[in-house]
Design a protein around this ligand. Structure first.
Ligand SMILES: Nc1ncnc2c1ncn2[C@@H]1O[C@H](COP(=O)(O)OP(=O)(O)OP(=O)(O)O)[C@@H](O)[C@H]1O
Ligand SMILES: [Mg+2]
Length: 449
């Protein structure tokens, strides 16, 4: 903690502001002042203060209101209140809503200085903690690579091996198979994890501007280039650049990337000078790049250069043993707010049998939808889209849904499905005798089910 702290003093008395500014400013403490709430708001909007010293009574507002307001804008900053003797109650109130401390007027400068430094230490700790927590969260997200199939185990092994190196990584697989998740895991398990992961989907690059967006440009290099501009690559310096759908990278830009890979240099548009960059490249595509090379749509040398370390994610239908784990993971994650949700055995079987052309993304979407349709926390076959359940929803007789009988009928059907049409179990679950259930099935014309 050797950096300079930034302190804002808010007090309407000019003499106090002058005094504090003079006495508290030092090599490791920069002090700004504001004379009212309005000025304080402007200052807080412009500078990331570490410590705020607020007079509790201001001509245009109340220090307590400001305290609450500033907590939102500067969550890590600590606030110290200055109070007159009559305001002790408000000061105690302020501590309850998150002030660090208060001091009473007339105050002792040494004590104020001491309290400010302590508050600064706490602000730094808080900030470090928050950054650390955010980082941990990202790491954890990247570990949310669910699956215990041999294929997924192998993918985790490859990630662990390649992450610590600087080798470019090519991730391929069908749409929705998890290319982005795997790419992120490479970055967040690498020594570059604390540095930026810059992501760009090449399909969204505009052909004419692609080079400028990636490498930057200098003022006047083309119409519209009114300022010098950095490219995405420079933001990935010391971190990683993830280029999604690399197969869509315009051919004319591909050669420049080869230079990035081979010499770690690039040029901004309109500039002769070569700039250096240290960015790890992670690339993903659902195309067959070898085929693209043959068709003349992908630069051959670039292909060989990025094909050094290749992670292929097999489609979900080729690693079906991952389906139950993924289902459990998504149900926990998605139904979180709505309580627990489970699958009926038949619904689970349908999910297992389906071919999942949209892979894990499709599975996630299907579960999200089914949770909404489900009742009593159980997803049954009927809650699944018909292409997955193999059933057609409109088979259920159309009835006036307001009638109690209609609700009873639907409920019986649901429970029957859940117990795979085992009537004894369904009757027990419904709390009626088998005989009663039979009668109801006859009544509703369900006795053939
Ligand atoms: N192994 C996994 N564990 C948990 N979630 C996963 C896994 N693989 C993919 N997902 C989830 O599935 C969804 C699709 O994954 P992702 O975006 O990585 O696919 P993709 O291969 O990049 O797809 P596209 O080609 O369409 O861009 C995301 O919500 C992702 O979080
Ligand atoms: Mg993707």
């Amino acid at each position: 903690m050797n950096s300079q702290s930034l302190v804002l003093i808010v007090d309407d008395e000019a003499s106090i502001r002058r005094l504090l500014h003079k006495e508290l400013s030092s090599a490791n403490r920069a002090v700004h002042t504001a004379e009212n709430a309005q000025q304080a708001r402007e200052a807080v909007g412009q500078h990331p203060y570490d410590v705020l010293v607020l007079d509790i009574r201001l001509p245009d507002g109340d220090g307590l209101d400001l305290l609450a307001e500033f907590k939102e804008v500067l969550p890590d900053a600590e606030t110290i209140l200055i109070t007159g003797h009559g305001d002790i109650d408000s000061a105690v109130e302020a501590m309850k809503i998150g002030a660090y401390d208060y001091i009473t007027k007339p105050f002792n400068l040494d004590r104020l200085e001491f309290v400010i430094d302590k508050a600064y230490q706490r602000a730094c700790l808080q900030r470090d903690n928050r950054i650390f927590r955010r980082h941990q969260q990202k790491l954890q997200d990247s570990h949310n690579l669910i699956g215990n199939s041999a294929a997924m185990k192998h993918i985790r092994f490859l990630i662990e091996k390649v992450a610590p190196t600087n080798v470019p990584v090519l991730v391929t697989g069908e749409s929705g198979a998890g290319k982005e998740v795997v790419s992120r895991a490479v970055h967040y398990n690498s020594p570059r994890a604390q540095k930026p992961l810059v992501t760009k989907n090449c399909a969204t690059l505009q052909r004419e501007l692609a080079r400028s967006e990636l490498f930057g440009h200098i003022k006047g290099s083309f119409t519209g280039a009114t300022e010098n501009q950095e490219g995405l690559l420079s933001f990935a310096h010391k971190g990683s650049l993830f280029l999604d759908e690399i197969g869509e990278l315009p051919l004319e830009v591909q050669a420049s990337f080869l230079r990035v890979l081979e010499n770690k240099t690039y040029r901004r548009v309109g500039e002769k000078k070569e700039r250096e960059v240290d960015a790890r490249l992670i690339l993903a595509t659902n195309r067959d790049l070898a085929q693209e090379v043959e068709a003349g749509r992908f630069h051959e040398a670039l292909f060989h250069r990025i094909n050094v370390f290749h992670i292929t994610i097999p489609p979900l239908r080729e690693r079906k043993e991952d389906i139950p784990l993924l289902v459990e993971f998504f149900l926990n994650k998605l139904a979180g707010g709505q309580g627990v949700c489970t699958l009926s055995p038949r619904a689970a079987q349908c999910l297992y049998d389906y071919q999942w052309p949209g892979n894990i993304r499709e599975l996630r979407n299907v579960l999200e939808r089914s949770i909404i349709l489900s009742e009593a926390g159980v997803i049954t076959e009927g809650d699944l889209p018909s292409e997955i359940s193999g059933q057609h929803h409109n088979e259920e007789p159309a009835q006036n849904p307001l009638r109690l009988e209609a609700v009873e009928q639907a409920h019986i059907q649901r429970i029957l499905r859940f117990f795979d049409y085992n009537r004894s179990q369904a009757a027990e679950a419904l709390g009626v005798s088998r005989k009663t259930l039979y009668r109801k099935l006859q009544k509703y014309g369900l006795d053939s089910s």
